[in-house]
Design a binder for this molecule. Structure first.
Ligand SMILES: [Fe+2]
Ligand SMILES: [Fe+2]
Length: 300
């Protein structure tokens, strides 16, 4: 057995505090990362998948400060961008520069193999009001994105479907996981309440999941963005959306990989005070139900 970890939406290098579903407390992230470092040292995963929204402040320095905070965990990691990382072409260049030594190839779309498991990381783009698909948001969405994601849309570019299928066709032997920031499938109805703040779903996520039904060696999709723990199953693929570190429940995923299965487990930090500070009474449902917190995924 070996293990890897998924963390999501750390929104590092920012002092911004606010409310999403629970209190969203970027200012507590230095303490969260310090606690996570000692918790992960005990768990000793092979690597971490960081599923986007790594940084939360729009400067080059913040990107590098965030990178240094991830480096301080002392564990190899694979970064990917979210709407807070990729908001213009300069921010994309900073990402590539900061994570040069962590990316298997100097690109935001990449693949790697670890102990006979393949990973494919994708980079969804922004859908503009006129339907154009671009690597940065239209000016209206850019203005609103700190506070209001309604009507903001993202989709996987056709070129990435072509790339993904070429990789999946060429390497059918190893079980394969995909990872990208926006969930392909919406947060399930069981987790929605009238006051639930939905950050949105990949616009062509259903299309992607349909394509994946041709590739039974694709087992799981790891995503973030919704700041909620949710696990959906569709066509033999399990989508694991993981909550955000600056917001209740302040948790991460552990994935144990055996020869015949993956087991997904969800863990809070050893110091529960971060989650307690963030929780708004009545909003604890973002922790997910049991089926959103644990999964066994057959690999054979
Ligand atoms: Fe986020
Ligand atoms: Fe996001």
């Amino acid at each position: 057995m070996w293990r890897f970890v998924q963390i999501s939406d750390p929104h590092l290098a920012s002092k911004r505090n606010g409310v999403w579903n629970n209190r969203f407390l970027c200012s507590m992230m230095p303490g969260v990362m310090e606690c996570l470092r000692s918790d992960l040292a005990r768990l000793n995963p092979d690597f971490i998948l960081v599923t986007g929204d790594i940084v939360s402040h729009r400067t080059r320095k913040s990107v590098f400060d965030a990178r240094d905070m991830l480096d301080s965990l002392g564990i190899p990691y694979y970064p990917m961008g979210g709407n807070h990382d990729f908001y213009d072409m300069a921010s994309r260049a900073w990402f590539l520069e900061a994570y040069e030594s962590h990316l298997p190839t100097p690109n935001t779309v990449y693949t790697f193999v670890h102990k006979k498991m393949r990973f494919c990381v994708l980079d969804p783009w922004w859908v503009w009001n006129d339907g154009a698909l671009m690597p940065f948001p239209d000016p209206d969405a850019a203005k609103r994105q700190e506070t209001d994601l309604r009507d903001t849309r993202w989709a996987l570019p056709p070129e990435q479907f072509v790339w993904l299928e070429s990789v999946l066709d060429a390497f059918p032997k190893f079980p394969t996981c995909l990872a990208f920031h926006y969930p392909a499938l919406p947060v399930p109805g069981r987790l929605r309440r009238p006051d639930y703040n939905d950050a949105g779903t990949l616009e062509n996520g259903e299309l992607l999941v349909g394509v994946l039904s041709k590739y039974p060696h694709v087992k799981a999709i790891f995503s973030g963005h919704v700041h909620t723990n949710a696990i959906n199953r569709r066509n033999g693929v399990v989508q694991i959306a993981t909550s955000a570190l600056p917001e209740y429940p302040v948790e991460y995923r552990e994935i144990r990989v055996y020869s015949d299965r993956m087991e997904v487990r969800t863990h809070g930090l050893s110091d529960p005070s971060f989650a307690e500070k963030s929780l708004i009474p009545g909003k604890d449902y973002t922790v997910g139900e049991q089926q959103d917190r644990e999964a066994t995924i057959p690999l054979k």
